[in-house]
Design a protein around this ligand. Structure first.
Ligand SMILES: NC(=O)c1ccc[n+]([C@@H]2O[C@H](COP(=O)([O-])OP(=O)(O)OC[C@H]3O[C@@H](n4cnc5c(N)ncnc54)[C@H](OP(=O)(O)O)[C@@H]3O)[C@@H](O)[C@H]2O)c1
Length: 340
């Protein structure tokens, strides 16, 4: 089968997966028998393009890098029309995350699933707010809804729990789920105040102009919700996860932690308690320097799964990046290909 791939959103991640699919075409065919074409791209900035025989990946990338609008294979279909009417078999939803409403992504995902097309996405909106609905739609229409990239980008997380760790009961998942705040806390240990570190993080592109989603813990809260519902089947809502960010951490707090041989980390955690209830939170915590999470510095992410059969399993890796997040999309495309 030749997979027909469509991309909604051609920003950082959209271009990352396109580069991977362009550069690894021969390898993916030889190693996994994975053959594909990108047949459609829908993007606010560059336009909607469609060619059922395959688009020119080089040209798309070149035009987007030059901030030029697409010129070849343009169509007048709206994005929702393109999603439903094209020959795409798997849509990658890669528009911006909106954790209030789910944003346009929710309607993109609904439309694709209703048309029996698979969805692969790194967008936390539909996954954190509407997971049950999306899974039910996928089941009804014999499609897949795969979201590996929503937590820790391409570092294997959800697929690890569902794949190699399957058979374990995972009672707790906790870790550093936001790279921006981990970078900021790491820098504060060098003696800089919160405002100074935030300005530096913004200059380096780690923090957005409006850093609220990261520093108030909302991004990590969405990831905790996704972990709770997927890894533990908890059936919780995003509002069930208590949240406190890092904005109140002072140089005095940093010094106090150092005095106690500890280190501040913004921890996202979900735990299945003995009475069957779920405890889920995001909050800054002082972690013992001997703990595996304490050594994770900079923009890196880390997560520990507490399991019944192999004890604690900790994964450490990137939580963002063009190619790193692009890889999360590839990993789910390969899952679909393997009929996992
Ligand atoms: N970048 C990462 O490292 C990373 C890591 C993990 C998860 N994610 C998630 O992955 C998703 C994509 O991230 P990104 O970094 O690639 O974002 P991005 O660079 O901002 O790209 C998003 C693209 O989608 C376009 N777009 C916005 N609304 C659209 C709509 N309704 N229809 C079609 N296109 C639309 C944007 O156009 P305009 O610019 O004109 O609005 C932009 O070109 C986000 O949900 C993000 O949270 C990203």
């Amino acid at each position: 089968m030749i997979h027909k791939i469509g991309l909604i959103g051609f920003g950082t991640v959209g271009r990352g997966i396109t580069e991977i699919l362009r550069d690894k075409k021969d390898y993916l065919k030889e190693r996994y028998g994975f053959e594909y074409k990108i047949v459609a791209v829908a993007d606010f900035a560059y336009g909607n393009v469609y060619n059922e025989d395959g688009l020119d990946m080089d040209l798309l990338l070149k035009q987007a890098e030059n901030k030029e609008k697409f010129t070849r294979d343009l169509v007048s279909l709206s994005t929702l029309e393109l999603i439903a009417q094209s020959n795409v078999t798997t849509w990658c939803e890669l528009t911006y995350t909106d954790l209030e409403t789910g944003g346009p992504a929710v309607e993109h995902v609904r439309t694709a699933l209703r048309a029996g097309k698979n969805i692969v996405t790194s967008n936390k909106g539909p996954a954190a707010l509407y997971y049950d609905e999306m899974m039910a739609l996928a089941k009804t229409h014999n499609a897949r809804f795969l979201i590996e990239g929503t937590v820790m980008a391409g570092t294997p997380t959800l697929n690890l729990a569902d794949g190699p760790l399957a058979g374990n009961t995972i009672r707790k998942a906790y870790g550093i789920l936001n790279g921006t705040t981990n970078y900021m806390l790491s820098e504060m240990e060098k003696g800089m105040a919160y405002e100074e570190v935030l300005a530096k993080a913004q200059k380096l592109g780690y923090a957005e102009a409006d850093p609220t989603g990261d520093v108030e813990g909302y991004d990590a809260r969405a990831k905790v919700t996704i972990l709770a519902n997927i890894v533990m089947g908890a059936g919780i809502r995003i509002s069930d996860v208590s949240v406190e960010g890092i904005t109140k951490i002072t140089p005095g707090d940093i010094a106090e932690a150092q005095k106690q041989n500890k280190r501040w980390k913004l921890i996202g955690s979900v735990e299945l308690k003995d009475d069957g209830s779920i405890e889920a939170y995001v909050k800054p915590m002082m972690i013992d320097l001997s703990h595996p999470l304490a050594g994770v510095m900079g923009a890196t992410n880390a997560l520990t799964f507490s399991t019944d059969l192999v004890q604690d399993v900790t994964i450490v890796g990137p939580g963002a990046g063009k190619i790193e997040t692009g890889f999360s999309i590839l990993t789910d495309l390969l899952r679909i290909h393997k009929g996992y």
